[in-house]
Design a protein around this ligand. Structure first.
Ligand SMILES: Nc1ncnc2c1ncn2[C@@H]1O[C@H](COP(=O)(O)OP(=O)(O)OP(=O)(O)O)[C@@H](O)[C@H]1O
Ligand SMILES: [Mg+2]
Length: 168
């Protein structure tokens, strides 16, 4: 598929560049990426360790900003949006599952899933609870909704929520 020819791409990247590191260690990680992704399709980013997959995903997730190039979401440029707007987009339309998770240890699994929904103030607490229960059930955690976050398995990062894992 020629991804540059999609008529209504939901996510588009143009000439994306990212440098990382300081001084002599400064490295050109992403050297001008161009692609378009279509709504409703699933894509994967593959490549050897250190090739820049996480660097790219952090940019697409609006957790980092590119040194050059553009990120266009539903036809709107977002890489240079204000921090407040990027925060809103992250909270409302971007889902990001970190390899090293960032669950809040003072809260249960259910509360961790409910919190971002409550913050949007779009649904009642009861609706958020129902939705969170459904989502946890969908991923096989229906029996563990009341477990504190640090009592859940972490897929390799099981020592609380701050266990180290290689890569992201
Ligand atoms: N903060 C940083 N400062 C300097 N270099 C960095 C920094 N973060 C990452 N790098 C380097 O950038 C390159 C890309 O890293 P990145 O984490 O994106 O790779 P990756 O493809 O996700 O690797 P993996 O498969 O191991 O997760 C690597 O060579 C890494 O060493
Ligand atoms: Mg990575």
């Amino acid at each position: 598929m020629n991804m540059a020819q999609l008529s209504n791409p939901t996510l588009e990247v143009r000439n994306l560049e990212r440098w990382l590191g300081e001084g002599d260690g400064r490295t050109h990680i992403l050297r001008g990426l161009n692609f378009s992704l279509e709504r409703g399709k699933t894509y994967s980013v593959t490549g050897p360790s250190g090739c820049g997959k996480s660097t790219l995903l952090y940019l697409l997730g609006l957790l980092d900003t590119p040194d050059r190039g553009e990120i266009i979401l539903d036809g709107r440029r977002v890489d240079n949006a204000s921090e407040a707007e990027r925060t809103r987009l992250r909270g409302e339309i971007i889902g990001f599952v970190f390899q090293f998770h960032f669950l809040l240890v003072e809260f249960t699994a259910l509360e961790n899933v409910m919190l971002p929904m409550l913050k949007l103030k779009r649904w009642s607490e009861q609706e958020c609870r129902q939705r969170a229960l459904r989502l946890l059930n969908d991923v096989g955690l229906g029996a563990k909704t009341q477990r504190m976050a640090n009592q859940l398995s972490g897929g390799g990062a099981t020592k609380g929520c701050c266990g180290q894992s290689s890569g992201q």
